[in-house]
Design a protein around this ligand. Structure first.
Ligand SMILES: Nc1ncnc2c1ncn2[C@@H]1O[C@H](COP(=O)(O)OP(=O)(O)OP(=O)(O)O)[C@@H](O)[C@H]1O
Length: 721
């Protein structure tokens, strides 16, 4: 074979994963050198875990070597204008790395769009690849395809833009022999046209068709040469035999080395690691001269070109994200329906008075009357009469009390003794027990008119109540209702006796509240905090899920190799999420203010702006989770684990004034606490953005946005790979 210029050169490459002080720290690429000539097919062979994928990811510029150097198409991967990662490479990773919600056509078009291919060309190319690779129908979704079909679509996506360098990580695995043959014929054809192909495969036999093959074992390239030359050199009839021989030789060498080394044999001493500057080629020009490469760096790409390319990438990622989002059943439900469901659930479930509560009543007063308990059913038998001498005769006041009590949705269940009544409370359908003494009315009358009465009279005029306080909310509700019943009942009795109705009320008079209303509801108190938590956590979940799925499915990685910048992905995601958050904000406000008549004394725009910013803050928190967590489950645990403390400490459930000073300081710094108060102040007090209690809510929200983005940035910057 005539000497050709090199397309890829790897020199003395070392690559490590993990930390130096760990016992399993050893090179994945171990002093590896390889050369791939232009317009040839290079078959990279090696057992699972020997470092093939790592080597390829260093060639496409997604990983950096710890030592040694890589030259690709006349430049160093990642170098400005090198086109690598970018349009000069077509990369098919080992994983399918396609969005599951893509159709076959979308998947191929996505990469075509990234490279800025015109539509007409894209359609033609898709048709060609469909025939070549026997692709399933263009409308079928990736997630509904078999593994082999997905692999073919993935290969088509790598071939769509006719790149100069094709890097294919096991493209033929699981394909039938006829199709494999067709793919190899095609690769030979593109290689004849000048395309360079690096292909990894487990099928040793098919590499006979490669121009050069290299055997990788334990991060070392045992040999690289043309298949015929390898057969000749190792004096074997088949490549399998030749590789067996090479592997055995390496094994013998390393066993000998191991017996002479005291240190871990797999760890190359630091001193032997050469730096990147030790490359044979100090500059691109030198590389081109020495390797006869004619590759030109396009560093002077004009601004319009650069903008157009970037625009094409933005468009591709935008279309991808919309397809991904709109076809993901969870995405739509989460984003559009969940805010409605959650707000409606909140308003329907919270704040309504408990109904149909039953209390056990032992009414000795009625029981001792000639009519028994039935006396209370006959209005005319209950008498409160004002006499001429201004005194008042009262009879069966307990019936009036119970009548008022039933108007407040507390229904009586009669019992004969207090013991029986108290036992009934244990049954859970009865929430309290009440007792009226046999002379309740006369004792109460005496207590009110005479004032100075003995303990027995006092005792008889009391209504004894035993509550089931284990049920905190209900028992508080019953206490409140009994107080209100007492107020109503005494007013009625005082009016009947011709007295001032306020005479026996507690001498504390609540005036019209400064803010809020006399009948302020718990729902109005809780609603701002609930709305903020909903708008915060939906984008958190959506963002972390989409980001982690893009990363785990390899879509992010593959897009990056195609040239999509991380910031372009992020901008598109943020833009789309912002639209969704805006929609959620409007949805929630319409429901809360129009549907459930929440007060809105202040500016609705300020309320909306605060909610919208909280949504963005949730999205940034989602970003942080996606960069910190390696899996969905971990991100789910962290988001759920942080969700509850944030809500519990936010003052929505319990006032922060009840917390210790230290805990209160923590609570105030959390993203919901002050913003919830701010939103409440805008709604209930009509406070404006210039009031500290409102702008503090905005400041803390912005502070969290900056903090979470800063942590994401630091994490990405200092992540090793
Ligand atoms: N991100 C990572 N962190 C730590 N170790 C890694 C990482 N990626 C790969 N490795 C380890 O590096 C070694 C080489 O992995 P690599 O994926 O390059 O092998 P491979 O030859 O492509 O294997 P296969 O054919 O099974 O894909 C393996 O032992 C693997 O466990």
């Amino acid at each position: 074979m005539a000497a050709r210029p090199a397309a890829v050169i790897v020199e003395r490459a070392y690559k490590y994963y993990g930390k130096k002080d760990k016992p399993d720290y050893k090179p994945v690429l171990n002093y590896l050198s390889m050369t791939v000539e232009k317009g040839t097919i290079y078959g990279l062979l090696g057992a699972s875990g020997c470092g093939k994928t790592t080597l390829l990811s260093c060639i496409v510029g997604r990983r950096k070597l710890d030592a040694g150097s890589v030259w690709v198409l006349g430049g160093k991967p990642g170098e400005k204008g090198s086109g690598v990662p970018g349009p000069r490479v077509g990369y098919m990773p080992q994983d399918i790395a396609l969005v599951a919600e893509f159709s076959v056509r979308d998947a191929v078009y996505y990469f075509g769009r990234i490279y800025g291919m015109p539509m007409q060309k894209l359609v033609e190319r898709f048709e060609f690849l469909t025939n070549l690779l026997d692709l399933p129908s263009g409308g079928r979704l990736i997630k509904s395809l078999s593994g082999g079909q997905q692999r073919r679509v993935s290969l088509a996506a790598a071939l769509v833009h006719e790149p100069e360098l094709l890097i294919l990580d096991e493209p033929t695995v699981g394909l039938d022999p006829v199709l494999r043959e067709r793919i190899w014929d095609f690769l030979n054809e593109v290689a004849r046209g000048g395309t360079t192909v690096i292909i990894t495969t487990h099928y040793i036999d098919e590499t006979k068709q490669a121009h050069k093959i290299g055997l990788l074992r334990d991060g070392q390239l045992l040999d690289e040469d043309s298949p015929n030359e390898i057969l000749r050199k190792y004096d074997c009839a088949t490549l399998e035999d030749a590789f067996l021989k090479m592997a055995l030789r390496q094994h013998e060498v390393s066993t000998r080395r191991r017996s002479t080394l005291t240190a871990s044999p797999d760890v190359i001493p630091d001193s032997s690691i050469v730096d990147n500057v030790d490359s044979r080629y100090q500059s691109r020009e030198e590389f081109n001269i020495v390797t006869s490469s004619t590759d030109m760096l396009n560093t002077k790409e004009n601004i319009t070109d650069r903008r157009n390319k970037s625009k094409a990438r933005y468009k591709a990622v935008l279309i991808k994200s919309i397809q991904q989002f709109s076809r993901h059943p969870g995405g739509l439900i989460f984003s559009v329906l969940f805010p409605i469901i959650q707000v409606v659930a909140f308003f329907m479930a919270i704040g309504n008075d408990p109904k149909d509560l039953h209390v056990a009543v032992v009414n000795e007063e009625a029981a001792s009357s000639p009519y028994g308990l039935d006396i209370c059913k006959n209005e005319s038998l209950v008498s409160v009469v004002r006499n001429d001498d201004d005194t008042c005769d009262t009879y069966m006041l307990s019936c009036w009390f119970l009548e008022e009590m039933e108007k407040r949705n507390l229904f009586q269940v009669p019992y004969n003794t207090t013991e029986e009544a108290k036992q009934a409370v244990a049954s859970r359908s009865i929430y309290a027990a009440l007792h009226f003494s046999h002379n309740f009315s006369s004792a109460l009358d005496k207590r009110v008119t005479e004032g100075n009465v003995n303990d027995d009279v006092l005792e008889d005029s009391n209504i004894a109540v035993w509550l089931d306080s284990a049920d905190y909310q209900i028992s508080n509700f019953i206490k409140l209702q009994l107080h209100k019943t007492y107020e109503k009942f005494t007013k009625r009795a005082m009016i009947a006796c011709g007295r001032n109705e306020d005479l026996v009320q507690i001498p504390v008079r609540f005036q019209e509240p400064i803010y809020g209303s006399m009948d302020s509801q718990v729902v109005e108190f809780m609603a701002p905090g609930i709305m903020i938590t909903i708008i915060f956590f939906l984008p958190t979940i959506v963002t972390s899920t989409l980001m982690i799925s893009d990363r785990l499915e390899g879509v992010w990685e593959r897009s990056a190799v195609a040239g999509v910048r991380a910031r372009e992905m992020l901008h598109v995601h943020c833009g789309l999420q912002a639209v969704v958050i805006l929609m959620q904000t409007l949805e929630m406000m319409a429901l809360a203010y129009l549907g459930y008549s929440l007060p809105s004394k202040g500016s609705l725009f300020t309320c909306g702006a605060l909610l919208f910013l909280q949504g963005l803050c949730g999205m940034c928190y989602g970003f942080l989770l996606s960069v910190l967590c390696s899996s969905y489950s971990l991100s789910f645990f962290v988001s759920t684990g942080s969700f509850y403390p944030m809500i519990l400490l936010s003052g929505i459930v319990w006032p922060i004034e009840g917390m210790s000073a230290g805990l209160r300081a923590v609570a105030l710094a959390l993203p919901f606490t002050i913003p919830s108060q701010s939103l409440r102040d805008i709604m209930e007090k009509g406070s404006s953005i210039t009031a500290p209690e409102v702008y503090n809510g905005f400041l803390i929200t912005l502070g969290w946005i900056v903090l979470t983005l800063g942590l994401c940035f630091l994490r990405l910057k200092y992540k090793k790979t």
